[in-house]
Design a protein around this ligand. Structure first.
Ligand SMILES: [Zn+2]
Length: 101
């Protein structure tokens, strides 16, 4: 098992969290994750975004600004519910992992 497998769920939750705040795009998320110390390549991120979309947590559309094209992802209602539920679990894990109870 690689660190990537270990952190996969955290990264997905992180993506959902930011998508819940505003529409996101691949490179923006790569930058955001870098701030948090995750070095993630496009080759890893895009399948994750695609997977989240396939599960119905995100929806995407193509956006063209001038000559620039990119895929914009937005959270769905299903994604918001999943994120809310995941927060309960993260809080519990945080309590056990970090606060020791
Ligand atoms: Zn963040």
């Amino acid at each position: 098992m690689t660190d990537k497998d270990l952190y996969g769920g955290l990264i997905r939750l992180h993506i959902l969290h930011h998508a819940a705040e505003e529409p996101i795009f691949g490179l923006g998320i790569i930058e955001e994750l870098k701030h948090h110390g995750y070095e993630i390549s496009a080759g890893t991120l895009y399948p994750m975004l695609h997977g989240l979309e396939k599960k119905g947590y995100l929806t995407s559309r193509h956006e063209r600004t001038g000559r620039r094209e990119r895929r914009i992802y937005e959270i769905t209602e299903h994604g918001r519910i999943a994120l809310t539920e995941a927060k309960v679990k993260v809080r519990e894990l945080f309590g056990e992992l970090i606060e020791g109870h």
